[in-house]
Ligand binder design. Structure first.
Ligand code: PMT
Length: 414
C-alpha cells in the first residue's frame, strides 16, 4: 500500500466511530489518507480526530470556497487511487446507485476514475430491504466493490448482517497479496480451512457438541487470506464474525461438514482441519423431543466420518494439515495422528482446563515428517499468521521437491 492515495468517505452511521482506527491502520501500511465526511457523519466522529490521525485536513463541504477555488472535488477525484466509503449507509448507497451528487463525497465519486469500495453498515432489516438490495446490485454492476456487511450484534441491540466489516479486515481486503511477501507461497492458491465445533442432533432440540469457538480456525482463515490465498472456510456453528473476503460455508453436523468439504475439494491446494469435529453422533435421531421419565437414559452413539483422514486419503490430495487436541501426551499422540491419518503436517495443542478451546490465546507444537517447531503462547490472530507462514514454507518445499523429481523425466525424453 506504500504511497497509495486513498479517499476515505465516511457517511453517517454509528460505525463511523471506528474510522480513526481505520485511518491509523491504512497509514501504518504506508497509504496516504484524505478523509471526506458527509454532514451526518459529523454527528459520529469529529474532524479534529480524523485530521490528527490522517495528518491531512478533512474535507466535508462541497461549498468550501477556499478548496473549491481550485476545483477541490475534481482535484480529490483525480488524486485518489482508491475511494473507500466506510461506513456506507443505505442513504449513501442509494445516492451512488442513482448517480446523484448532492454533496462532496458523492460528487467526487462521480468524478473519479479510481475504483470505489463500499463497506455497508446498517440495521439488519434495512440491509434486507429490497430497495437496498436493488441498489447493491446496481453498484456491483458498475464494478463498485461491496465489502460485507459482517454478521453479528448491532448497535440497535439486534443481531444479524449489517455490521461494518472490522477496520483490519477492510485493510486486508483492499491491500492484496503483495503486502505480505514473506508468506507468498500460498498466494493465488486455494486454501480450505475447517473451523468451530459440530453439533450432532439427539432430537429436534438437543445436540452433542464441544467448546470450540472457531477463533483458531477463523484466525488461520484471515491469515491465509492476507497471504494472498483464496480461502474457503467451512465453519461449524459459532458466534464470531467470519473474516471479510473469505468464502464461508456454514455447516452443522460432522456429516454436513464432510459433504461441504468434499463438494469443493477438487479446487483445493491446501487443506487445514482446525474444526473440533465430533467423533460420535446419535445412532438414531429422534423426530420428537425425548420425554423424561423416572429411569436413566442411554444413547447409542455411532462414529462420524473422519473428514481429515478422508481428505488425506484422496488420490490427488491437497497438502493436508491436521490438528491434534490432547489433554496429555501431546507429542506422542500428535505424531501418532500424523502417521495414522497420513498427514503432511499436524498442529498439536493442549486442551482442557482453561486452554485451547474458547480462549483468545493458544500455544502449539507443529510436527511434519522431518521437522517440528514450538509456537509459545500468543494471541490466536498472531498464531494464525505464524501457522500460515510455516504451512506455506512446507507446502513450497514439497512442491519444489516434486518439481525436481519430474525434471529428469522431462529431459530424459529429449
Ligand atoms: O475453536 P477454538 O475455541 O479457537 O479452539 C481451537 C481448537 C482447540 C478447537 C483447535 O486448536 C483444535 O485443536 N482443533 C482440532 C480439534 C480436534 O477435534 O482434535 P482431534 O485431535 O480430536 O482431531 C484430530 C484431527 O482430526 C483434527 O484436525 C480434526 O479436525 C480432525 N477430525 C476429527 C474427527 C472427525 N470426525 N473428523 C475430522 O476431520
Amino acid at each position: 500500500m506504500s504511497g497509495q492515495k486513498i479517499v476515505l468517505g465516511i457517511s453517517g452511521g454509528i460505525a463511523a466511530y471506528k474510522t480513526p482506527e481505520l485511518v491509523r491502520l491504512l497509514k501504518k501500511r504506508g497509504a496516504e489518507v484524505q478523509a471526506v465526511l458527509t454532514r451526518s457523519a459529523k454527528e459520529f466522529v469529529t474532524e479534529t480526530t480524523l485530521q490528527a490521525v490522517s495528518g491531512s485536513p478533512v474535507r466535508e463541504n462541497l461549498w468550501d470556497k477556499e478548496a473549491e477555488a481550485a476545483m477541490g472535488h475534481i482535484e480529490l477525484a483525480r488524486w485518489a487511487d482508491l475511494v473507500l466509503i466506510a461506513p456506507a449507509t443505505a442513504e449513501i448507497m442509494s445516492r451512488l446507485a442513482l448517480g446523484a451528487a448532492p454533496d462532496l463525497l458523492t460528487t467526487l465519486c462521480l468524478a473519479t476514475e479510481a475504483p470505489i469500495v463500499v463497506a455497508p453498515a446498517m440495521n439488519h432489516i434495512m440491509w434486507a430491504d429490497s430497495g437496498v438490495q436493488d441498489n447493491c446490485r446496481v453498484l456491483k454492476q458498475r464494478d463498485i466493490r461491496i465489502l460485507g456487511p459482517a454478521v453479528g450484534d448491532q448497535a440497535c441491540g439486534e443481531s444479524g448482517p449489517g455490521r461494518m466489516v472490522e477496520p483490519e479486515d477492510i485493510v486486508a481486503a483492499i491491500m492484496g497479496p503483495k503486502a505480505v511477501p514473506d508468506v507468498s507461497a500460498l498466494a493465488g492458491k486455494v486454501v480450505m480451512i475447517t473451523a468451530g465445533p459440530t453439533r450432532e442432533a439427539i432430537d429436534p432440540v438437543r445436540y452433542i457438541s464441544n467448546r470450540s469457538s472457531g477463533k483458531m480456525g477463523y484466525a488461520i482463515a484471515a491469515a491465509a487470506r492476507d497471504a494472498g490465498a483464496k480461502v474457503l472456510l467451512v465453519s461449524g456453528p459459532v458466534n464470531i464474525v467470519p473474516p471479510a473476503a473469505v468464502e464461508t460455508i456454514f455447516t452443522e453436523s460432522a456429516k454436513e461438514m464432510f459433504a461441504a468439504v468434499h463438494d469443493r475439494l477438487t479446487e483445493v491446494d491446501v487443506f487445514i482441519g482446525a474444526a473440533a469435529v465430533a467423533d460420535y453422533h446419535s445412532a438414531s435421531v429422534q423426530t420428537h423431543k425425548l420425554k423424561k421419565s423416572e429411569s436413566d437414559l442411554s444413547l447409542d452413539l455411532s462414529r462420524t466420518p473422519d473428514i481429515l483422514a478422508s481428505v488425506a486419503g484422496q488420490q490427488d490430495r491437497p497438502f493436508t494439515v491436521g490438528f491434534a487436541a490432547e489433554t496429555q501426551n501431546l507429542r506422542e499422540y500428535a505424531l501418532g495422528k500424523l502417521k495414522e491419518k497420513n498427514l503432511d503436517m499436524i498442529v498439536a495443542n493442549l486442551v482442557g482446563a482453561n486452554q485451547g478451546f474458547e480462549k483468545d490465546r493458544n500455544s502449539v507444537e507443529v510436527f511434519w515428517q522431518d521437522g517440528e517447531k514450538v509456537f509459545p503462547d500468543s494471541d490466536k490472530k498472531v498464531l494464525g499468521r505464524q501457522l500460515v507462514k510455516i504451512i506455506g514454507e512446507q507446502y513450497k518445499s514439497i512442491q519444489d521437491a516434486q518439481t525436481v523429481q519430474i525434471q529428469p523425466a522431462i529431459s530424459g525424453g529429449d
